[in-house]
Design a protein around this ligand. Sequence first.
Ligand SMILES: Cc1cc2nc3c(=O)[nH]c(=O)nc-3n(C[C@H](O)[C@H](O)[C@H](O)COP(=O)(O)O)c2cc1C
Ligand code: SF4
Ligand code: SF4
Ligand code: FES
Length: 603
Amino acid sequence: MQPQASKKKKPAKERQVLVCRGTGCESQKAKILFDNLEHELKMLGLDDDIEVKFTGCHGFCQQGPTVIVMPAGTFYCNVQPEDADEIVKIDIKDGGKVERLLFIDPKTKERVLSYKDMKFFSPQRRIVLKNCGFINPEDIDDYIAVGGYQGIQKALGGSRMDVINEIKKSGLRGRGGGGFPTGMKWEFCHNSPGDQKYLICNADEGDPGAFMDRAVLEGDPHAVLEGMMIAAYAIGASKAYIYCRAEYPMAYERSMIAIDQATKRGFLGKKIFGSDMDFEIKLKLGAGAFVCGEETALMASIEGKRGMPMPRPPFPAVKGLFGKPTNINNVETFGNIATIMTKGGDWFASVGTEKSKGTKVFALAGKISYSGLVEIPMGTPLREIIDEIGGGIPNKRKFKAAQTGGPSGGCIPSEHFDIPMDYENLTQVGSIMGSGGLIVTDETTCMVDMAKFFLGFTQKESCGKCVPCRLGTKKMLEVLGDISKGKATMEDLEQLLELAQDVKGGSLCGLGQTAPNPVLSTVRYFRDEYEAHILRKECPARVCVDLIKFEVNEENCQKCGLCFKACPAGAVSWEKKQTAKIDVSKCIKCRSCILACRFNAID
Ligand SMILES: Cc1cc2nc3c(=O)[nH]c(=O)nc-3n(C[C@H](O)[C@H](O)[C@H](O)COP(=O)(O)O)c2cc1C
Ligand code: SF4
Ligand code: SF4
Ligand code: FES
């Protein structure tokens, strides 16, 4: 049975207005914008020739709501519902451009016409995100029209081992954090004896700032279902779960719609695609804890138990969900599978580096001009991601470090700015790829404060089962708190490092084993900053408020008054050509003056 678009469906129109309705844009009235565009087209009698289509995330959420007019690819950003009228009249009817809504290149200061010419998009190589922003995620026919459900057809035409060998050939490694070879994992489960096997898609995505899995499920849910069908065939599973983070209602709903549509077409259920294979997918809402993303805790949660990790072995491939052989993969991992099946393992392996194949989606955030989702070939230098795609560091500030791998990861300092981003290189500098969080920092970021933020997160999320994780992270956090208040000694710093090793070595699961990483890597590369807090009672980045005097340095002050305008508490007094003064009795230590001052004049 070949997947065909519904007979009732009209052929896609060449001229389309693509409106992003991912979570980011939807929270900024994208639905009203969508309705207004449809209304305006109807009013001008253009609705027969032009389709307004809603899509998932384009990746450039910071500029949202975003609209792309096809086939020209005209990219409009920060579009408001009331802009619909102009887009329809000027662009669609008269063939012009709504200049004020075009993106302005930060370097050339010129307006860019097509998304293809934007530095944010042009260096990207999209495999997982290729349909996100271009198809309607709630329409199975849209997915079929771009070649969807061909990969599973091809898989079903061969043996299970053919599929596993193709994935092995591709070199794909799990994108959920560990980077374990996917084909090998499938083979373990395939070889595991059992009458019932399970497949799980891990969509718990708990790393602060990460949203690639959410974007894939919101923008291209059928690709994930197809990847799961192929995996299920390979390992011999007939039942599957998508474990979706509770905080992702849109991803959950669109996955539900996709499952429903695929079931109605006979792509899920009994004898899928007319084959001998039965396969059903259920959705399970996550329990709202970071640790539930860990595979053994996740399985416990699906079974209705408290989400707590269990020792391994036995590995899930041998004894997993309900005691049966189980294979767990991440959303992005599944998002690659159908394309690998249709284009071949060799094709996929031609992208990336020797040991890290394909692409990786990063959630770019922090002190960067353009944040959002970027998918780049493995091995792309960090510098290119930050300076080209991300538009560099704003306000003429300098790159300090990039934190990869979220709370389990580490930082990459400026001396490694040219590092090719792949599994091996990141490990070598003491960080990890993780699930793809990439937070950029500049000289206004305090590394003690950043370590404190991530450790605070893991400490709160510790499930409490292991003493080193439960109490060790708490003690570590106390020491970090003392350092940021200028109350710690050098002995405390040594104790912090010893504790870090105890927590790493004595914890059962990845949460505790990796929780100290942000501390260890910031001490490794920025020890001088820790020492400044301890020995000189100074925070060089002027972030740790207990170490800031909130006094204007008369020598540095250029009398510009920016601090006066920025202070929300009326604590700064200033008059033209006069040095500013801060009244500490009124100061609420919000740091607005420090962030506003361009001359480092506030101590
Ligand atoms: C504390 C903790 C949280 C995790 N959270 C996630 C998550 O949200 N999503 C995910 O895919 N993997 C997560 N993992 C990794 C999973 O345990 C597992 O390795 C992964 O889902 C396997 O899929 P992959 O081989 O496709 O990467 C987490 C691991 C730990 C220790
Ligand atoms: S390491 Fe921490 S999160 Fe993991 S099982 Fe132990 S206490 Fe729970
Ligand atoms: S912003 Fe800085 S330079 Fe300007 S008046 Fe305030 S302290 Fe002085
Ligand atoms: S949600 Fe619209 S561009 Fe990301």
